[in-house]
Each structure stands twice: as structure tokens, then as C-alpha cells.
Design a protein around this ligand. Structure first.
Ligand code: ADP
Ligand code: DP6
Length: 324
């Protein structure tokens, strides 16, 4: 009998134009298109094996058995898509802190999409895989591809998918993740963004401005203006965080050290170093820069943060099968 098993690796991605709100919670259709960079440093490895004697899916994360309702819903979708009606044992390892704003759900569901479909004997195109991954976690749709990636918002299941964005510059980009706190956040991305959609008086303006930011950042990626690129990314992240401050009840993901990191980046800029920050649903700050400026940036950041809290990432690859 065919071995119904497969393993896959997917890298995390950090959005430069954020996804922060859904127009369809079941299909996970975003309110606006987004753009991200897949990172080589952080990833998830997931092994899936379908076992005919199981009475439910079993999920292990980092060696510990977990009950996660999202896994059950997602594996039911995989069974519907592949036509294989068998439960699975899933073993996943995060080489990234879980639920800390470093995009573990993105690498997690991209890896699970490929491993679970390949184990069922099905091979899908990357575009199809990105649609499947989207149903696990929105940001996972982008981790199917490497480097710069756009998630086209679309209006239905078919039209909402990720695609690679061609770069025409020689920036040799890097992202420094400043890990301020690697513990799980109190408010998940899923619930934070929903609160904002339902209650922020500024939500309508966010969608408009995010679409403009996307158009302009894609132009900057093409014509090579790193300053424009970084400025748009930084202000887009701050607009996302401003939504959280304007929600009811209001909430935020900042910690004192997040502000120290942001101010350090702004100070470096006034000294002529080209660097910009972004921050997701968690207190950890990521600094966007060119490889040539990395040494001076790390030296400055070391004044505030120990070196084992600083992780340098380069553009990473899309999801791939592992030999198991
Ligand atoms: P993050 O900033 O890490 O993406 P989220 O709140 O968006 O935080 O997502 C974290 C959630 O993603 C976890 O609570 C869990 O449900 C899911 N998750 C994280 N890692 C894995 C994994 N390796 N396999 C399956 N699900 C995972
Ligand atoms: C701030 O993709 O984790 O990182 O679709 O509900 O699973 P769900 O949310 P998720 O949210 C990511 C939010 C973000 C911005 C982004 O990655 O675009």
C-alpha cells in the first residue's frame, strides 16, 4: 500500500503592507491586498501521516500533543479537497516563536497545506496551494512563495491567492528581527483584526490607504527607491497599529522595548542610515535595511538589545517538500 505521508518546510513572511481585517471570515478573504517578504531565518517543518485506524486527527506542536480547533477545521477542508477521508497524525516543529507576532501561523499553514495534500497523493500548483493555505491562516497564503509576495485580495475563493512580485533592484535586502518578548500574545491576530473591522471608526480609511500604499510600494520595488519603499512600509504598519488604538475595546501590541526599538531606528535615520521598521500583532520589531548597512545597524541596536535578541534574516524560499 502507498505510504500516505509527507513532510514540508515553509518559511514565515513579514508583511510590509499589512492584512488586517476580513470581508469573509469563513473563506478568509481579506479586506485589502497585502505584500510581504518571506524570510530565510524562521520556518516550520510539518510531517503528516494518514492512518486508517485513527478516530480523529492528532496534532503535536514542538513535541507536545495539542488540541487546536483550527487544525480540525483545516484538515476537514483538506479531506474535502483531496477526497481522502482518513484522519491524520500531524507533527509540526516551529523554528520561530509561536504566536508572538513573528508569523508562526503563516509558515504553519503553508507547510501543513503542502504536507497534507502531498501525503494524500495530490500535487497542486503553487497558486492552488496558496488558496488552500489561506483557509488555515490568511498570512499563510503568502508563505507558499519566496521573496516578495503579493496576496491579491479577490472576491471569492478562486480570486484570492498569492503571487510572486518581481524585484528590479539591487538592494540585497535584510530584515533584523528584534525579539522583545517571545511569549504568546494576549490578543490573537484573528480576534484583534475582527475587533478593528467591527469597531474602528477609521476602518474605511484604512482599506483605502492600504490599497494606495500597495500600489506605491510596488512602484518603489520596481524603480529602486529604497527610501520610498521603507517609508511606505513603516507608515503602513503604524496605521495598522493606530486602528488597534481606535478600536472598542482598544488594545495594542506595544511593549516599552518596542518603542525603544522604533526610536532607535528613527535615530539611525537622522544620522543618515537607511533603515525602517515594521511591527505585527506582537511586540517584536523588524528592521528593514540593505545588507551593506547591516553592521552599523547591528552595532547601534546592540546598545539597547543583547545579541541573542537580534536575528538577521534574508529573503527566503517558498514552501517545499522535505525528504522523510
Ligand atoms: P503569529 O504572530 O505567531 O502568527 P497568530 O496569533 O497569528 O500568531 O497565530 C498563532 C496560531 O497559529 C497558534 O495559536 C496556532 O493556532 C497556530 N500555529 C502556530 N504554529 C503552528 C504549527 N506549527 N502548526 C499548526 N498551527 C500552528
Ligand atoms: C499583523 O494571518 O495570523 O501579521 O488569517 O486570522 O489567521 P488569520 O490571521 P493572520 O494575521 C496576520 C496579521 C499580520 C499582518 C500580515 O501578516 O499581513
Amino acid at each position: 500500500m502507498q505510504h500516505l505521508q509527507a513532510a514540508a518546510r515553509a518559511h514565515t513572511n513579514i508583511a510590509l503592507i499589512k492584512y488586517w481585517g476580513k470581508k469573509d471570515q469563513n473563506l478568509i478573504l481579506p479586506m485589502n491586498s497585502s505584500l510581504s517578504l518571506t524570510l530565510d531565518k524562521f520556518y516550520t517543518d510539518t510531517f503528516v501521516e494518514y492512518l486508517p485506524n485513527l478516530h480523529g486527527d492528532i496534532f503535536f506542536l514542538n513535541g507536545k500533543q495539542k488540541v487546536d480547533p483550527k487544525i480540525k477545521i483545516f484538515m476537514n477542508l483538506i479531506r474535502q479537497v483531496t477526497g481522502l477521508n482518513v484522519y491524520a497524525q500531524i507533527k509540526s516543529t516551529n523554528h520561530v516563536p509561536t504566536a508572538a507576532g513573528l508569523a508562526s501561523s503563516a509558515s504553519a499553514y503553508a507547510a501543513l497545506s503542502l504536507a497534507a495534500t502531498a501525503a494524500a497523493g495530490k500535487i497542486y500548483s503553487k497558486t492552488e496551494l496558496s488558496r488552500i493555505a489561506r483557509r488555515g491562516s490568511g498570512s499563510a497564503t503568502r508563505s507558499v512563495f519566496g521573496n516578495f509576495v503579493e496576496w491579491v485580495a479577490g472576491n471569492d475563493d478562486q480570486s484570492s491567492y498569492a503571487r510572486p512580485v518581481k524585484i528590479m533592484n539591487d538592494w540585497d535586502i535584510r530584515m533584523v528581527a528584534i525579539v522583545v518578548d517571545s511569549r504568546p500574545k494576549k490578543i490573537s491576530s484573528r480576534s484583534g483584526m475582527q475587533t478593528v473591522v467591527e469597531t474602528s471608526p477609521f476602518y474605511h480609511s484604512w482599506v483605502k490607504t492600504a490599497n494606495e500604499d500597495l500600489k506605491n510600494i510596488k512602484k518603489a520595488l520596481k524603480n529602486g527607491s529604497f527610501e520610498t519603499f521603507g517609508t511606505i512600509a513603516e507608515s503602513n504598519a503604524l496605521k495598522m497599529h493606530a486602528l488597534n488604538l481606535s478600536a472598542s475595546p482598544h488594545f495594542n501590541y506595544f511593549e516599552p522595548q518596542s518603542l525603544v526599538a522604533m526610536n532607535a531606528v528613527e535615530d539611525m535615520r537622522t544620522q543618515g542610515v537607511q533603515c525602517y521598521y515594521t511591527m505585527d500583532a506582537g511586540p517584536n520589531v523588524k528592521v528593514i535595511c540593505k545588507n551593506k548597512d547591516l553592521d552599523v545597524i547591528l552595532e547601534q541596536l546592540h546598545r539597547y538589545f543583547p545579541s541573542d535578541h537580534l536575528f538577521v534574516a534574508a529573503p527566503g524560499p517558498g514552501v517545499e517538500l522535505l525528504n522523510n
